[in-house]
Structure formats: structure tokens, C-alpha cells
Write a protein that binds this ligand. Structure first.
Ligand code: ASP
Length: 320
């Protein structure tokens, strides 16, 4: 999906649906604007008036903890009025179509939709159908994309290792079903990472994965060599339609990140995970809670990144 739909005629962000088609300058601008928000969380009054008077609706058709709450906090810190809708408890479950739900919310003078949906392309569809003044942010669509997660990951990496051109990044685990991995690979390649390496069993890799711009390893002991950034992924069991693995314990033995395996990477490598983490399945607790882990930092950074993207899409970041 190449989304010129994301940019307005001046090349500014209008919707944020996928990393694909966005250039390095724009991704860097997102990171820089997020940087300007990062200190705010320590202040006594954690608010700026950038989106005062704007109405944002979080439309979550799929469960979420981190993404939904950090979007909500981000909107509140920008002084927007924010409404979070859990669709399991709304009219779509009574048979109302997605488009009817959107039309009804539009009639309430909404300025932005933040959308999570189990179907790939859902946010894109809403962006195409909704009124022209409304911005749409993709908070994860099926197996397709999770661009705000990828950007908060890039932000977290840049805080510790500022020069992407020096970085070898390993993404480990269920690449096949991961919208996060797809967006991360696009972001890392756009920002000029030296190498993006995927490490996974063959059954958890998409066909022709190299065409995404990655190198491939099926062996964690070999694949972790020279790595600066380790990104672990959850087994997306809800998306597995057949048995792709012998067992979770077998998977952990081969692809789980333990303290011993971590030593194969560079000594100052950082460990990341988009969450939710499954301890003892893809990552050992000692690593998840260890000193090389930046997993909770990723969560905190999610607020600043989402503030930046919402402000940019509403064309108000100039006031920052
Ligand atoms: N939270 C991420 C997502 O929504 C990763 C995951 O669920 O494993 O895709």
C-alpha cells in the first residue's frame, strides 16, 4: 500500500497509515517533534494547548493496552477532547456497518480517528471514506502495519544509539504475523540502518522476506552476532491458522532470548519488545527485566511519539 493519501498537497502529514512511502526527512521530523514533548511528562502540568478544541475518537475494534492508553494520554496532553470507544460494546456488534459508525461519529464533529482493526487496510479505508477535514491515524491494522509503534521504537533506538547508519538490528520471532515487524523494517531501512536481520524459523517468515530489505537467519546463536539492537516479537497465536511450531518450550529453546544468548550480541546491545511480552516463550524474565532492556522506555516514549504524530496531522506542530 503506497499512501500518497497520507500527505496533503504541501507534502505535510494528513493521515498516518503506514511508514511505506514516507521519506527520511518526514520520519526524522516526527522523531524531532517527539523529542520536544519528551520532557513534559516530568512537569507538574503535563499539558500543552496545541489541540485545544479538537475532538479525537479512539476507535478500537481490537484489544489493546499500551497503544490505546498512550494514544489517550497523548491526546489529553495536547488538550484535545478524547473519546475511547471499544467496539465490542458498540453498535458494530449490533450489525451497524463500519461506515455507518464513521458517519455517525462525523456527525458529532470529530477531527481525528485513531483506528485499530483486525482487518488489514481498515484505517486506510476509513481515511478514504471520511470527511476531508478528518485525519486518520492507524493504531494497528491486521498483519499490515503499526506505524506509531515503529516510530516509538525508532525514537527509543535513537535515544541510545543516535547514528542509524552504524546499526545492525535483529528482529526475532513471528515476523509472518507481525504488523510491527513490517513497519519497523520500513522505518529502519528509510532511516538508513546498516542492516536489518530477521531471525526466525522458516514457518514464521513470509515468503520472499528478503524483498522487504532484510537479511535472514534461522539460527539465533549465529544471527545475534554483531547485533546492536535486538527486537523480540510475540508469537501471534491469534493469527495462526495451523500449527507452525512443535511447542512453545521447543520454540523458547531455539528462539527464546536468554542471558546466555544475549551475550552473543554486542555487549552494549539493547533489548526491545513491543509488548505484550510472553515471559518464558520468546524472552526470559532476566532479560526482559535486565539492564539492557528498554522495554518500558518504549512504553513511555509512545506518549511523546503519538503526541507528535497527532499534532503534525492536525497541522499544529509549528506552535511547539
Ligand atoms: N502490541 C503489538 C501489536 O498490536 C504487538 C503484539 O500484539 O504482539 O501488534
Amino acid at each position: 500500500m503506497n499512501d500518497n493519501l497520507q500527505l496533503n498537497s504541501d507534502g505535510k502529514l494528513k493521515h498516518f497509515l503506514t511508514i511505506e512511502g514516507l521519506d527520511k526527512t518526514l520520519l526524522t521530523e516526527i522523531l524531532d517533534i517527539a523529542e520536544s514533548f519528551i520532557g513534559m511528562s516530568d512537569q507538574q502540568i503535563k499539558k500543552v494547548p496545541l489541540l485545544r478544541g479538537k475532538t479525537i475518537v479512539n476507535l478500537f475494534f481490537e484489544n489493546s493496552t499500551r497503544t490505546r492508553t498512550t494514544f489517550e494520554l497523548a491526546a489529553k496532553r495536547l488538550s484535545a477532547d478524547v473519546l475511547s470507544m471499544s467496539i465490542a460494546t458498540s453498535s458494530t456488534s449490533k450489525g451497524e456497518s463500519l461506515l455507518d459508525t464513521i458517519r455517525n461519529l462525523e456527525a458529532m464533529f470529530v477531527d481525528m480517528f485513531v483506528v485499530r482493526h483486525a482487518i488489514s487496510g481498515a484505517a486506510h479505508f476509513i481515511a478514504q471514506q471520511t470527511a476531508p477535514h478528518i485525519s486518520v491515524i492507524n493504531a494497528g491494522d491486521g498483519q499490515h502495519a503499526h506505524p506509531t509503534q515503529a516510530m516509538l521504537d525508532m525514537f527509543t533506538i535513537r535515544q541510545v544509539k543516535p547514528d542509524f547508519s552504524q546499526l545492525r538490528v535483529a528482529i526475532i520471532g513471528d515476523i509472518l504475523h507481525s504488523r510491527v515487524a513490517r513497519s519497523q523494517i520500513q522505518a529502519l531501512n528509510t532511516l538508513g540502518a546498516a542492516e536489518v536481520r530477521v531471525i526466525a524459523p522458516k514457518t514464521l517468515l513470509p515468503a520472499h522476506v528478503e524483498s522487504l530489505g532484510v537479511s535472514v537467519s534461522h539460527n539465533l546463536n549465529v544471527g545475534l552476532k554483531d547485533i546492536d539492537v535486538i527486537i523480540m516479537l510475540r508469537l501471534q497465536k491469534e493469527r495462526m491458522t495451523s500449527a507452525l511450531l512443535p511447542s512453545e518450550s521447543e520454540y523458547f529453546k531455539c528462539f527464546g532470548l536468554t542471558e546466555a544468548k544475549l551475550k552473543i550480541a554486542k555487549p552494549d546491545a539493547i533489548v526491545m519488545h513491543p509488548g505484550p511480552i510472553n515471559r518464558g516463550v520468546e524472552i526470559d524474565s532476566k532479560v526482559a527485566d535486565g539492564k539492557q532492556s528498554v522495554i518500558l522506555k518504549q512504553v513511555s516514549n509512545g506518549i511523546a511519539i503519538r503526541m507528535a504524530i497527532m499534532a503534525m496531522a492536525m497541522q499544529t506542530q509549528g506552535a511547539v
